[in-house]
Write a protein that binds this ligand. Sequence first.
Ligand code: PLP
Length: 437
Amino acid sequence: MASESSTLNDVERTDKRYVFGTWSYQSEVSPTQVVSGDGARFTTADGEEYLDLSGQLMCSNLGHSADRVADAIAEQASEGAYFAPGYATEARAKLGEKLAEVTPGDLSKTFFSTSGTEAVEAAIKIARFYTGKQKILSRYRSYHGATYGSISVTGDPRRLAAEPGIPGTIKAPDPYAYGSTLEPMESIEYIDEMLELEGDTVAAVLVEPIVGSNGILVPPDEYLPRLKEIAHDHGALLICDEVMAGFGRTGEWFGCDVFDVTPDIMTMAKGLTGAYQPLGATIVTPEIADHFEENMFCHGHTYAGHPVACAAGLAAIETYERENLIERARETGAYLGDRLEELGADHPSVGEVRGIGMFRGIELTKSPTERVPFGHREDKVSKGTTVVDEVAARAADEGVYVANMINTLIIAPPLVLTTEEVDEGVDALDIALEHAD
Ligand code: PLP
């Protein structure tokens, strides 16, 4: 899909000249102009249509033509686009109430922001204020955002450029059965020991319930309940970062619903508006909310609870409900999983296919027996393309967009994807992977 710079059109050339490309060497940025989207497809300026197997950045859960959300945005913008956070708006109040309804357990009071990274920043601050402790324990195979607090708790190589980051962050091993020397449930006992050795100084354990961009890692059923127990035993809160796993992606509303666990704090963004507006949210239990009745909640942004973004969030949740998208994700996701398993079995370059619902990963490896360990593989910190980049580029030649992170293809399509589109996508991946074997 990426155009050669010599063939960039006017918009692409202007964009390249005046706008920073994210997470990239600017010399390698070669933007493709997108002009429209419909359902699980989008179209570029040169008229090429792509099936979106990754929901852009794993966020376009509703597909590219959710009219209810678009209408709600237009209506709110014309009625009153922005009022300061000190004022209540119907959109914000109703979205807060709705989130208390769809999130697990007694999570009930939300701080709104504008992105996943800000949702994580708020979670860190709330945990520190509430517990009076400073340390946050997170895991190596994780991504929590790009601002200083959230990149400091991120474990993957993207954190390196920002190190040392904020003080008081500790990293632990992950439940990565395929590529780690520790079994998932051994890794959790390791965390237990770390918390013991840190004494009573850790405010929170922060995890993605199902790891997203670091490879779609689904832990064993017992993992998250045990993690909550361990955290609480050591006086630490459990924060679940649902920015990518939330809003139907797993076939449940949230990743932690898969394991029947209610965290103390939960972060959301991406699917919260189906990417129709930038919106982040951090929801907490009543005990944590109560703490701030008489202790100042020392946090906020100009656009905290922006009415247009909240109207989009509310309409997005209504769309998930009315179109049964969570159930559909479960059903289509099961079919997707079967098709990807078959695909993996046909290609020696596929190390492991894993995931749940509409949240799947294909980890590539140099050979079926060689499990390239973390940190020793080519990754996005190095300049140049990787094997996974090349597979994604070949998939684009076949009319399919697939995101790739480190050494994994991330399959996280809009939840409106049909089984016919699953077949179309898997067939394209089959051709794309042929050259990697
Ligand atoms: N947390 C998780 C689990 C994510 O996957 C991401 C982004 O991919 C973030 C936080 C950061 O979100 P944003 O890019 O909206 O700042």
